[in-house]
Design a protein around this ligand. Structure first.
Ligand code: SF4
Length: 346
């Protein structure tokens, strides 16, 4: 499917027909009735970030009274709690703190793996890798290899927003460009590092740019070696506008609504014919639309995400514990399957 065909489908197809087709395709990729979910914990390495994306309420400038870099003691108490709740993965995210170089992250990952050898690190994202490569004068591949050797297990698809430089110049001008984001992922796929892809939509992008984003992801996935992980999953989530610069200064409200989310999930499943898993972002869309997404091509509801700071700072208020997550999946007519980051059932 090309951009024109995707836009035509997006603008004209009834949502129930898209859901029907997407559900059939979900059965081709993931036959049966299982819906994946997992337990992990989001920890932010620091909230100091030079990027100052206009949709982000989380970042602070250096010197702010509430700026921080997470200490080893804090990691220990957070990881102990994660293990006590049955999880074993940290989603480690930025800010992009200009004072932290590659050696800081290598030291951090090594230290966490030394303290907790079974801990899985799903950490950083293409913008951080591109930034570190520039800062250290190294290739993406070298930065990724060094971090993997230090303990990185998989690379989140963070910072994709919309892969169009027109959009990125408005919402995240200091962050990786479209080509940089894709370039980092290309190298990660060559190194067989499991990755995910995301899309944050419903702000300044056009339908055409939303479809183009999907096509860029699909085309990159088509480049990977057959026996390599590539993008294991695709996760679209809507812009949360509360208190953001994008809303306050530019008047950009989130265009999110339930039917549009279902349409986007279904189109993602239809268009991304080479990505096995489509995850609905229950943290941002909530219980009902999360459940309906499972009938629109999604086969996963993601993590119960102990401690999430970035989207919740912009208004996402949905929180579920492990029991609630499983009953949501059952109520939607499916069987919960707890999984790891590689989407293997555990
Ligand atoms: S979204 Fe991430 S990169 Fe952008 S300002 Fe916030 S912390 Fe920094």
């Amino acid at each position: 499917m090309n951009i024109e065909e995707g836009v035509m489908l997006y603008n004209n197809a009834p949502v129930e027909e898209l859901m029907f087709v997407a559900n059939k395709l979900r059965q081709l990729h993931n036959p049966g009735n299982t819906v994946g979910w997992m337990i992990d914990r989001n920890v932010n390495i620091t909230n100091i970030c030079f990027s100052q994306c206009s949709f982000c309420n989380f970042c602070r400038k250096k010197g702010s009274s509430d700026a921080y870099i997470t200490s080893t003691e804090e990691y220990i108490s957070k990881i102990d709690e994660l293990f006590s709740l049955g999880g074993d993965q940290l989603l480690l995210q930025g800010g992009m703190n200009p004072e932290l170089g590659l050696n800081f992250y290598i030291g951090l990952f090594k230290n966490l793996k030394r303290l907790y050898p079974s801990l899985k690190l799903h950490a950083l994202g293409p913008p951080e890798i591109a930034y570190l490569a520039k800062k250290e004068g190294l290739s993406y591949s070298q930065v990724l290899s060094d971090l993997t050797e230090a303990g990185l297990d998989s690379l989140p698809g963070a910072g994709a927003e919309i892969l169009s430089d027109r959009v990125r110049r408005i919402v995240s001008p200091a962050k990786a460009t479209t080509e940089e984001w894709l370039g980092v992922m290309r190298e990660a796929h060559k190194l067989n590092l499991p990755t995910s892809a995301t899309m944050m939509f419903g702000h300044v992008e056009t339908v055409s740019e939303r479809i183009e984003h999907l096509i860029r992801i699909r085309d990159l996935q088509a480049e990977k070696y057959d026996n390599h992980f590539g993008f294991i999953t695709f996760i679209p989530w809507p812009f949360q506008d509360e208190g953001t610069v994008l809303l306050k200064r530019h008047g950009v409200k989130s265009s999110y609504n339930g039917p549009d989310y279902l349409r986007t999930i279904a189109i993602s499943r239809i268009l991304l014919n080479n990505i096995k898993n489509i995850q609905a972002s229950i943290l941002t869309v909530g219980r009902e639309i999360g459940m309906m997404s499972l009938h629109a091509g999604a086969n996963d509801l993601g993590s119960i995400m102990i401690e999430e700071n970035v989207v919740s700072a912009a208004g996402a208020s949905n929180r579920f514990n492990a029991n609630e997550m499983q009953s949501i999946i059952k109520e939607a007519g499916f069987v919960p399957g707890r999984r790891n980051q590689k989407y293997e059932l555990i």
